[in-house]
Structure formats: C-alpha cells, structure tokens
Ligand binder design. Sequence first.
Ligand code: AP5
Length: 211
Amino acid sequence: MKLILLGAPGAGKGTQADFIKAALKVPVISTGNLLREAIAQGTELGRQAKSYMDGGKLVPDDLIIGLVKEKLASHDCEQGAIFDGFPRTVAQAEAMESFTDVDAALSIEVPDEAIVHRMAGRRTCPKCHATYHVEGNPPKVEGVCDKCGEKLGIRHDDDPEVVLQRLEVYHAQTEPVKEHYAQLGKLRSVEGIGSVDEIRKRIFDTLGLNV
Ligand code: AP5
C-alpha cells in the first residue's frame, strides 16, 4: 500500500506513521527526517535545505521530488510506503503521479491552537527520530529516548515564531493538496484531537486496519 499522511506541522503524522508502519509492514519516507539527516551529514542537499527549514519555509520542490523518487526506488519500498511530509505542494503531488500511484491520502485534522501547544512540548531523538511530548507522550526516563537511549533534543523549527510561520505556509501551500486528493476520490480525514491511542484507533478504523 502507498499512503500519504497529510496534516499541519505537529498534527501527529510522525507519531502515527510508526503505528501504521508496524501494521502495514512498509517503510516510512519522511522528507523532514531525510532533510535533517542530510543537514547532520553536511551534504550539499542539507546545506541547501537548512536555511529554508530554519525559517519555517518549504524547501524547493525540485530538491524534494528527486529525493523521494530515489528513496521510493529502493528495494525495501517494493511493497509500498508511507509518505510523511510529502507531497506538500500541488506541484509535488502532480510530479509524484509521474513516478508512482498512491492508494489514499489521510489528513490528520488539528486546529492551530493545539499545534502551538504540542510543538512547545515536543522532544525528538536526533538518532532514531522518535518523537515525544513532555506532557502527552513522555519518555520513560526524562530526556532519554526509549527506543535507542540517545539524549533527546528540541528541533530548531519548534521555536514558537517559526511554528507560526510553518502554520502559515501549511495553510497557503499544503492545504490545497487535500483538495487535489479529494478530487481524485482518495482523501480520508480523521479528527486529530484526543490521546495518541485514540487517534491511532480512528486512523486504523478509517484505513480498515486491525486495531
Ligand atoms: P517535517 O519534519 O515534515 O515537519 P512537519 O510536517 O512540520 O511535521 P512535524 O514533524 O513537525 O510534525 P508531525 O505532524 O510529524 O507531528 P509529531 O508526530 O511530531 O518538515 C520540517 C521542514 O522540512 C519543513 O518545514 C520544510 O522546511 C521541510 N520539508 C519537509 N518536507 C518537505 C516537502 N515535501 N517539501 C518542502 N519542504 C519540506 O507530533 C508533534 C508533537 O505532538 C509531538 O511532541 C508528539 O508527541 C505530540 N503529539 C502527537 N500526537 C498527539 C496527541 N494525539 N495528543 C497530544 N500530543 C500529541
């Protein structure tokens, strides 16, 4: 299955992608994580992407499309993939249609006020990309990743001013992607307010997966 996860920054795409990955047994292609890895490794892509990401803006379409196309061609994506953070513009969605078909696009709907609170408490693992929240989804040991033991950090773009910019970019450039998939009859939506497990159940129900 090829599934796109849509939703505002902080809507819970990365959190829920882990559960869907375990159920579908296909990898997650997270463009945000790929870009952060490129920055950490000091590659040319990372160098080009950094200033856009730090400012809460989208990285240019041509850089992203090539990255996803290359990732999808790897053999672990033969049975499908979950796309977290791609496509984020209608141009990316149209370009994607030239190299693959998707089964569904699932939008996790969360109002802006809740997003600001979530981002303020987010902690992430720089090594395995696991995501936590200091109140809603804390790690077992404060400041330490449950999965790999790495010290947790705060993303540069979770600064409140950058979060507001990212929300503005989301409404202007990414929300139209929902309409694109609605017209193709592929859009599914779930309410993203509630506990992590409640949202997981709603998503599994919508996708017809075993809860
Ligand atoms: P990216 O890394 O994709 O960021 P994003 O889409 O803004 O999404 P996030 O990772 O911030 O949030 P999420 O929805 O995954 O939420 P999470 O599960 O962490 O992109 C970063 C940047 O890269 C972009 O700004 C852009 O510059 C660039 N980029 C990436 N893709 C691109 C593309 N295709 N084109 C151009 N540029 C691109 O959850 C958030 C928090 O909430 C966590 O703390 C979590 O624990 C908590 N939480 C989750 N669920 C719940 C719940 N139900 N209740 C309470 N808290 C919850």
